[in-house]
Write a protein that binds this ligand. Structure first.
Ligand SMILES: [Zn+2]
Length: 333
């Protein structure tokens, strides 16, 4: 049986914890009347598939080869390839709840998290429990990858600075083996640069609440992660040392001064971003011919994702139609 819904990621930051009494109310409400009109539980109650560090809950039956399961499997592989992630044997699995549709998800949010802005998916953590909630949509793959990345990072490295947590989730939310996967994001960054925007890691590093970050801040966070993982060493070496630094949280260690000592700074990121349109924005090579098709970009926030400026409308419509066709396989849930 699934446990009671727990605190969302945005609520586990300092000063925003729910009081114990409120948590108790949530538990009581869960036990009492958390059902949809048709008498069905708000959340799927039967685990359908266990894959790596994830256990997936969904209504109905889900096969081992269903797209959400494959995408979680591939995410684990990508995070393993890039960051050396391996699920620890004793870790509790990350619970993934996939609700049937937006209506059910809104109902669930209204009941348990009325304080949250509308969004398609979110990750919550309480102690060792890590949970992702989302619903079937054309962006399910992208949403799952983003939120499940937060869950894996939380399990592997504990609490990370907000900008780095979001930058890594943005980096892994797209299918890294697709050569054009990050083209829309690169186009938006080029537009930012043409509008005289410049990276500013000190500013980014000062943010502690998700609500402080706008769409461009998410893109900048992605850019830093892209630079560190794909640029020249010692970028990746410094990132990995920072992620695995055992006293990082206690000492409130920041990454920016460490990067600055290695001459990795705002100007360097600007140069890296300016070169994006001329270099492949992929990090890994395809390892399988049976990979799922593309997903649209997901921005973790209450606002709708921006349209890719360089993508012709007709092509976008074709991509959306393709994604809706793929819903056929998801509906086998
Ligand atoms: Zn996020």
């Amino acid at each position: 049986m699934p446990r009671s819904p727990v605190q969302p990621r945005t609520l586990r930051r300092p000063g925003r914890h729910l009081p114990a009494a409120a948590s108790l109310l949530l538990v009581l409400a869960w036990a009492g009347c958390a059902t949809l009109d048709r008498g069905q539980s708000l959340l799927p109650t039967t685990p359908q598939v266990r894959t790596g560090p994830f256990v997936v809950y969904a209504n109905g039956t889900m096969s081992e080869d269903a797209l959400p399961v494959r995408c979680l499997r591939e995410l684990e592989r990508d995070v393993g390839h890039e960051l050396g992630y391996h699920a620890a044997a004793g870790d509790e699995p990350v619970e993934i709840y996939i609700l049937k549709d937006r209506h059910d998800f809104d109902h669930f949010l209204k009941f348990y998290y009325p304080e949250l802005p509308s969004r398609r998916a979110f990750f919550i953590a309480k102690g060792y429990q890590r949970v992702v909630y989302t619903y079937i949509s054309p962006r399910l793959e992208e949403d799952l990858r983003h939120e499940a990345t937060h869950a894996l990072l939380r399990g592997a490295y504990g609490d990370l600075p907000l900008w780095l947590d979001e930058g890594l989730a943005e980096y892994f939310e797209t299918d890294l083996v697709r050569p054009s996967a990050e083209r829309p994001r690169a186009d938006l960054i080029m537009a930012d640069l043409h509008k005289s925007w410049s990276p500013n890691l000190e500013r980014l590093e000062s943010m502690t609440e998700v609500g402080q970050m706008n769409q461009r801040d998410y893109r900048e966070a992605w850019g830093w992660v892209h630079l560190l993982l794909n640029g020249p060493e010692p970028g990746k070496k410094l990132l990995m040392a920072y992620l695995t630094k055992t006293d990082r949280a206690e000492t409130k260690a920041r990454l920016r001064p460490i990067l600055a000592d290695a001459h990795i700074d705002d100007a360097g990121l600007r140069t890296h971003l300016n070169a994006l349109p001329h270099t492949p924005v992929v990090a890994t090579k395809p390892s399988s011919a049976s990979r799922p098709a593309a997903a649209l970009r997901f921005q973790d926030g209450p606002t709708a994702p921006p349209a890719a400026p360089s993508a012709p409308p007709q092509r976008e419509r074709e991509r959306e139609r393709g994604l809706f066709r793929r819903l056929g396989s998801w509906l086998g849930l």
